[in-house]
Unconditional design. Structure first.
Length: 305
């Protein structure tokens, strides 16, 4: 088999500082989050999801959004994105000049209600003015689509639901979208169906894969998406993460593991795996637990021997 069927390069968005840390019970100091962003960009990440502008009552860990955004030393060529669920969040984010904002919807009604306290239709009504305001301010807009394969409350999610959400996102001007397997239940063919459904409305260059690794399928799902030509992926250094409104869901696929996979396939990422492992070791040490990345654990053990 040749590597010709795979993209020549892949762009990774590290969502560790946001998706990765949002669910941590102990407050992580802003200085640690800032240091993590610095280490990620030093390792070659060109897109970093830094924080979210959501209700601190809902997600206390992200209450330091301003402090974190103000504290990072921005590197040219790096895109810093933040989550904004409504105009209130967008207006707060605007003061911190993100390069991209992310509106986040769900392909399942129940998850939409639990996560952002409104229906899918209402969420699109809330997002529309946010998207308009962002584009007017010259800020890029991404749409996260949660539960595109399965939902913690509704079970399996049909590809038609994903196509519907992607169409709604497209309709309000969202420039690119994430196909998220929020609870990590997907397997390759199911994930491919969710991507196909999204591709009814978005070109492959504007679709990214966002796979959680709860059932250990995230790398297989990444490979399946690569085989379709998807070349943007979200991952989390050290496999950090979990969603507060998706009980039991573990972290995103570890960035280190994805980089190792891509290196093995001869696909360029621009990321220095050793520096990335160091970034993962830094945050894991702060959190007081071993890295969730198999690759990082293997490489750290090799270094130590
Ligand atoms: P709500 O209660 O329906 O909002 O929450 P509301 O407009 O009725 O306002 C209620 C209170 O919240 C008011 O304050 C507002 O000021 C405040 P009070 O008067 O009671 O003191 N409020 C806000 N405060 C700060 N920032 C805001 C904001 N908006 C209202 N933007 C809301 C609606 C969306 C705010 C709420 O449900 C919320 O914050 N949810 C958190 C959602 C979240 O962050 N989830 C995790 C991220 S999604 C995810 O992880 C999935 C993803 O990774 C992809 C995947 O894996 O699937 C993206
Ligand atoms: Mg996520």
């Amino acid at each position: 088999m040749s590597t010709a069927q795979y993209p020549a390069r892949v762009r990774l968005i590290d969502v560790g500082p946001r998706d990765g840390l949002q669910n941590e019970k102990q407050p992580v100091p802003a200085a640690v989050k800032i240091e993590l962003v610095h280490r990620l960009q030093a390792a070659g990440l060109t897109e970093i999801e830094v924080t979210s502008y959501v209700s601190p009552k809902w997600v206390p860990q992200m209450a330091d959004n301003h402090e974190v955004m103000a504290g990072i030393s921005r590197q040219p060529g790096v895109r810093y994105s933040v989550l904004t669920p409504n105009l209130k969040g967008f207006e707060a984010a605007l003061l911190d000049r993100p390069d991209e904002i992310v509106v986040f919807g769900a392909a399942s009604e129940a998850f939409s209600q639990k996560n952002i306290n409104c229906s899918i239709a209402e969420s699109i009504e809330r997002f529309a003015p946010v998207v308009d305001a962002a584009l007017q301010a010259g800020i890029a807009v991404r749409g996260a689509m949660s539960c595109t394969v399965g939902c913690p409350y509704e079970g399996e999610v049909a590809p038609e639901r994903v196509a519907m959400l992607a169409g709604l996102m497209k309709g309000i001007g969202v420039q690119r979208v994430d196909v998220a397997d929020t609870i990590g239940v997907g397997t390759p063919l199911k994930v491919q169906r969710a991507i196909e459904a999204t591709a009814q409305h978005y070109g492959l260059d504007t679709i990214s894969g966002h796979f959680h690794d709860t059932y250990g399928q995230a790398l297989s799902n990444t490979l399946a998406a690569l085989q379709m030509g998807v070349w943007n992926f979200q991952s989390s250094v050290a496999g950090l993460g979990g969603c507060p409104y998706a009980k039991g869901a573990t972290g995103n696929v570890a960035t280190e593991d994805v980089v190792y996979l891509l290196q093995g396939l001869g696909i360029a990422t621009g990321i220095d795996l050793d520096a990335l492992v160091d970034a993962g070791a830094f945050i894991s040490q702060h959190l007081g637990r071993p890295s969730g990345s198999r690759v990082a654990r293997a490489l750290l053990a090799k270094r130590a021997s």
